[in-house]
Structure formats: structure tokens, C-alpha cells
Write a protein that binds this ligand. Structure first.
Ligand code: SF4
Length: 270
């Protein structure tokens, strides 16, 4: 609510803000979010947009090579042919990898090791797909689906860590009830909870505390950038939130799912 001080002095306008937006939401127009901030979407949506992203990237690479071919041939005649062959091989391998990723997610067996799946190229593909879906106006749903795929793969690795080796990262925007629930679950499993007000601080907490695994809570936008930066270094399970009051305030999480992710890393107290 704006307040002002008048008189001989200059007018002071003080705007009281009821929320501090994370930079991921800079362009939010203040209107309620679609579906009251519930961006649930099935994993298939990520795979479709990821395929579109890969096709667009390879199409752009082909176009660039086509345009540059005469100049490259002037440098060394066989160069364009070598690059076309390299591009074809890279494209073939990429699609093979993508097929194995899909088969791992939907099938019984994990066909790719972590460094070649959710802790490797998947993170880059997730980021690029997020950029493409942002331009198409479907970012949050596609990112939700991406986190589903990521968790689906990561949670099946069966990794266990000791007490105190797990870190829970939560954002500053949780509703009071949700925060109480999160702290109650974390207390039962003796897991330290760190409120990460910014992505940089979350990364600092990980650097300083050196956890062997992390359960992170964030909105889809923050989660995708956080996973991209951190998941290659430390195993993470991510829990996205609902934003019924708009971004960055009174966010709600599924506490059962939160406990499931914590329990997948550590056992509760006897
Ligand atoms: S996690 Fe919460 S505070 Fe951070 S950008 Fe998302 S909605 Fe805003």
C-alpha cells in the first residue's frame, strides 16, 4: 500500500510489497497463475518438447553447415563432407541416447548409467527444452514434466546415505502450514533444513556442508535451473510446489511426497 509524506520536503513514496519475486518470475504480470499455480503434467510432455528441441537444434546445425559449406570447401575441399558425416554420426547417437532415456523411464530397467542420464546430458537437454517451451508459452508444464522424468530416474538408483549426510533445501516462499509440515518430517529423520533464499545460496550451502544427497523443494522454474547447476555434482531429488497465491508466496507442497523423497535416502528414527 503506497504511503506519502507531504509538506516542504519532497514527497516520499513508500511501496509496501507483500512478496519478493525470484528473478525467474520477473515477467509475472500480477494475475493469478493458470490452474492456481498447479503445473502438473505427465512425463510424456517433456519427451515431446525435448524431441522438438533436438530437431530444432539439429536443423539449425544443418542450416549453418549448408550456408558455410562453400567457404569451408575453399579452406579445404573435403572439410564440408567430413563435417556432414560428423553431424550425421552425432545426430544418430543423440537419437539413440534419447530412445534409451525414454526406455529407461518407462521400462523396467535403467539402460543408462547416471552420468549418461539424469546426472549428465539429460540436465542440458532439460535446460534447452525449458528455453524452447518458454518461447512457446508452456514453460512451467514442460519443466514440471522434466522434473518428473528426472525424479523417476534418480529415485530408482536406490542410493542411501547416513543421517546428517542428507540436506533439505527449501525456498523462502512456503506457506506457514507447509513449512511446519516440512520441519516436522525433517525432524523425524534428523535431516538439516536450509532455507535457500536464492539459487546462489543453495549452491553455497551445498559447497559448505558437502551433503551426500539433497532433497530440494522449489517451483518448476527454480528447480530446473538448480538441478542443471547442482545435480551433476551431488544426487538430488526435487519436489515442485503449487503456487495458489501466485509466485513466491504461500507455496504448498505435497508433504507425503516430500517424506517419500527423504525416506528414499534415509530411514526414520526407530
Ligand atoms: S522457489 Fe518460491 S521464491 Fe523461489 S522463485 Fe520459485 S516461487 Fe519464487
Amino acid at each position: 500500500m503506497p504511503t506519502s509524506v507531504r509538506g516542504s520536503k519532497a514527497e516520499l513514496i513508500h511501496i509496501e510489497v507483500d512478496r519478493r519475486l525470484g528473478h525467474e518470475w520477473d515477467e509475472w504480470d500480477g494475475r493469478p497463475l493458470p490452474g492456481l499455480g498447479d503445473f502438473s503434467a505427465p512425463a510424456g510432455r517433456f519427451f515431446r518438447y525435448a524431441a522438438l528441441t533436438m530437431t530444432a537444434a539439429m536443423g539449425a546445425a544443418c542450416l549453418l553447415l549448408f550456408v558455410l559449406s562453400p567457404r569451408l570447401a575453399a579452406l579445404w575441399a573435403p572439410l564440408p563432407t567430413a563435417l556432414w558425416l560428423g553431424l550425421a554420426a552425432f545426430s544418430l547417437l543423440s537419437w539413440l541416447w534419447f530412445a534409451l532415456l525414454i526406455a529407461s523411464y518407462y521400462g523396467r530397467w535403467l539402460l543408462l548409467p547416471e552420468p549418461l542420464a539424469e546426472r549428465g546430458p539429460f540436465l542440458r537437454l532439460m535446460r534447452w527444452t525449458s528455453q524452447v517451451s518458454r518461447r512457446l508459452g508452456v514453460r512451467d508444464w514442460v519443466e514440471h514434466a522434466a522434473v518428473e522424468v528426472y525424479n523417476g530416474l534418480a529415485s530408482r538408483r536406490g542410493r542411501k546415505v547416513g543421517r546428517g549426510e542428507l540436506l533439505v533445501l527449501i525456498p523462502r516462499c512456503l506457506s506457514k502450514t507447509t513449512l511446519d509440515g516440512v520441519l516436522e518430517v525433517a525432524g523425524r529423520y534428523e535431516v538439516p533444513v536450509f532455507v535457500a533464499t536464492r539459487g546462489q545460496l543453495a549452491r553455497r550451502a551445498i559447497r559448505e556442508r558437502r551433503p551426500r544427497a539433497v532433497v530440494a523443494v522449489a517451483c518448476e522454474r527454480d528447480m530446473v535451473s538448480g538441478l542443471h547447476d547442482v545435480a551433476a555434482k551431488v544426487p538430488v531429488l526435487g519436489l515442485t510446489m503449487r503456487l495458489p497465491a501466485g509466485p513466491c508466496r504461500d507455496a504448498v507442497v505435497d508433504l507425503e511426497m516430500f517424506e517419500r523423497w527423504v525416506r528414499s535416502y534415509v530411514q526414520p528414527n526407530a
